[in-house]
Design a protein around this ligand. Sequence first.
Ligand SMILES: [Zn+2]
Length: 94
Amino acid sequence: MANDMIKCDKCGCEHSIINECQVCKKVRIANKDKELEELWDKLGDICINEEEEIEEDFYVNEYLTFEKGTDRIDIWYWFDDEHSIGLCKGLMGL
Ligand SMILES: [Zn+2]
């Protein structure tokens, strides 16, 4: 058979051996978007100075912290890249 199927060990569905399980992939992306939405709320609590820079460190995770003085726009770009449907649609609801 050309398209070998394997059983996903996480959700139990069958999917082609060459693709990531689509069910798990959707869950993974949805979870990540939810985390981003929570972070986005947290970013809203951080003061921004007149130069559009954050006034305190913005902790994302153990690998990433935006330091005090980071341009707000740079952080927006990061959210835009990370969110599955982008900053405007996903987080700003535009
Ligand atoms: Zn799965």
